[in-house]
Design a protein around this ligand. Structure first.
Ligand SMILES: C[S@@+](CC[C@H](N)C(=O)[O-])C[C@H]1O[C@@H](n2cnc3c(N)ncnc32)[C@H](O)[C@@H]1O
Length: 158
């Protein structure tokens, strides 16, 4: 059974179609905000989606039951954790530890970030993860230089 952990509940419905195509049947979505989980739960119920479990969980203090995943998807949670004014460096390290505990060896981690460049993310996840693929994101030009406002990378746990 292919298992997926989602830290990205807003876009979960577009992910579900894609994941279903690839044979994922065990999908878990987490957020530490009970109201985010409540809202997602009501949408899931309305949409009649039964193959996703929702849990109120702090990713930085993840239950050991949440392990063995083949994929973990994040859009915005690592960014939110990085912006925490209270000891963000330690929290980022803990994020990498939690991710490592949740994923199987060779498991994939898909991250979309509006805060960090590709190089910065490569540095953050250098221990225990290697870059598998960079996903295309919109580019913009300013002052003769071009760049991306969003970074989307796929890492693989080593
Ligand atoms: C910037 S929002 C991203 C929401 C959505 N994925 C999006 O793209 O709009 C960040 C989310 O991460 C959640 N979050 C922040 N820290 C967390 C933690 N330690 N554990 C679990 N969820 C967390 C917040 O509650 C919030 O729902």
């Amino acid at each position: 059974m292919l298992q997926c952990l989602i830290l990205e509940l807003e876009m979960v419905f577009s992910w579900l179609n894609l994941l279903a195509k690839f044979g994922f049947s065990d999908i878990t979505g987490i957020d530490y905000s009970p109201s985010a989980i409540q809202l997602s739960g009501s949408i899931i119920e309305k949409e009649g989606l039964s193959n996703i479990k929702l849990k109120v969980e702090d990713f930085l203090n993840l239950s050991t039951k949440l392990s063995g995943f083949h994929i973990c998807i994040d859009k915005g949670t690592f960014d939110a954790i990085s912006l925490n004014p209270d000891n963000a460096i330690e929290k980022r390290k803990q994020y990498v530890k939690s991710l490592s505990g949740a994923l199987n060896v060779k498991g994939f981690f898909l991250i979309t970030s509006c805060n960090w460049t590709k190089e910065e993310l490569l540095d953050e996840f250098s221990e225990g993860f290697e870059l598998f693929e960079e996903l295309p994101t919109p580019t913009f030009s300013f002052g003769g230089r071009s760049g991306n406002s969003v970074t989307a990378l796929v890492f693989q746990k080593t």
